[in-house]
Design a protein around this ligand. Structure first.
Ligand SMILES: [Zn+2]
Length: 356
């Protein structure tokens, strides 16, 4: 019989999840419903500022009691967080909005957390599951860190914007979801071998996202109107699974360590979700899962299963496999403490067809 624990635990979740066509127009109503105040600091990048940023500015300026100051970022570094904190100090907003792909949302998340304020996440691409999570991915002196913050108070996912984003990003988002398959297995393995606590609720939620993407692969690939809704729904659910767990455990295992390893040295890393998907095929092989089925789901989604199609070299894949276990040593996975030997790394990458 399982033990009942009375461990004290907080679960922080977003309050409003807003998903649909033209959702951006509801921004003033969303802000008022959450009593966030009137002054927003909008954090985005130079490319988006001229496009969707301008639209957000117009929507807020046209509404009666809202104003916005827009600030653009160059990268998702600790220096950039400090720069945006100074702008926050000067402009004294009531709340923060992050508009963009990963970087502006990660920076907005960190700035809001450090300023003790809430933030609204407006994703413009559906490429990863950080859109509604409580963790921000920030680059330190030479390494990427996953920093604890708060989840957004609202996620505003406008499917008209997301439908129009290049499909490559959406396919990468699907890759980040497929990765949950091995992330869950790693967590369960650590539970059995190391007695690490698990959350069945979180695992069920994370597993559901893989099913959602697998079941709707054809529809997603067809890019029919509103198709991005399915992907963003899965990404938000994955974020929620991480909020429930209080860590990225349900969404990030050995396949993510492989991807982070590539980021640390590859000449030209591919998208996060693309790398995680390749990692999933190979970690599934190690877990003795049906890795061929995972490959066929990826193909159904129009996501390549070969490293070279993402501009990654064979030797980079092998090196990443060899060092993946050192990326986050405190997180136990199928890679164990010692990782793979060179020969084993060559073997799993070749057998699974990730390298040729
Ligand atoms: Zn991920």
């Amino acid at each position: 019989m399982a033990n009942i624990t009375n461990e004290f635990k907080f679960i922080e979740l977003p309050t409003l999840l807003c998903l649909g066509a033209d959702m951006l127009n509801s921004l003033p109503e969303i802000i008022d419903r959450l009593s966030l105040g009137s002054k927003a600091l909008l954090i985005t990048d130079d490319f988006l500022r001229l496009r969707i940023g301008k639209e957000v500015e117009d929507i807020l300026s046209d509404s009666e009691n809202h104003s916005v100051y827009t600030s653009t970022i160059q990268d998702s570094t600790l220096d950039e967080v400090d720069k945006q904190l100074r702008i926050h100090e000067e402009t004294q907003p009531d709340f923060v909005i992050g508009l963009g792909g990963g970087k502006p949302i990660d920076i907005a998340k960190s700035v809001a957390f450090k300023s003790n304020q809430r933030f609204i996440s407006i994703p413009t691409i559906a490429s990863h599951d950080g859109v509604a999570s409580s963790r921000a991915s920030i680059i330190g002196s030479n390494k990427r860190h996953s920093i604890q913050a708060l989840p957004p108070i609202a996620v505003v996912a406008d499917t008209k914007i997301l439908d129009k984003s290049p499909y490559k990003f959406t396919a990468a988002g699907c890759g980040d979801i497929i990765a949950k398959k091995t992330a869950i297995k790693d967590w369960l393995l650590s539970h059995r071998l190391k007695n690490e606590p698990i959350s069945e609720y979180s695992i069920a939620l994370s597993d559901m996202t893989v099913q959602l993407i697998t079941k709707n692969a054809d529809l997603i690939k067809s890019q029919a109107e509103g198709y991005s809704r399915i992907v963003v729904k899965a990404l938000i659910s994955s974020s929620l699974a991480m909020c429930v767990a209080g860590s990225s455990r349900p969404g990030s295992g050995s396949e993510h360590m492989f991807s982070h390893a590539l980021d640390s040295f590859a000449e030209k890393p591919a998208l996060h979700g693309e790398q995680c998907a390749l990692g999933t095929i190979m970690m599934a092989y190690l877990h003795d899962l049906d890795w061929e089925n995972i490959k066929s789901v990826m193909s159904n989604l129009g996501l390549s299963t070969r490293a070279k199609d993402f501009g990654l070299k064979d030797e980079e894949i092998i090196q990443a496999l060899e060092i993946a276990h050192t990326i986050r040593p405190q997180r136990f996975t199928i890679l164990g403490k010692d990782g793979l030997t060179h020969e084993a790394a060559v073997n799993i990458a070749s057998v699974t067809g990730v390298i040729s």
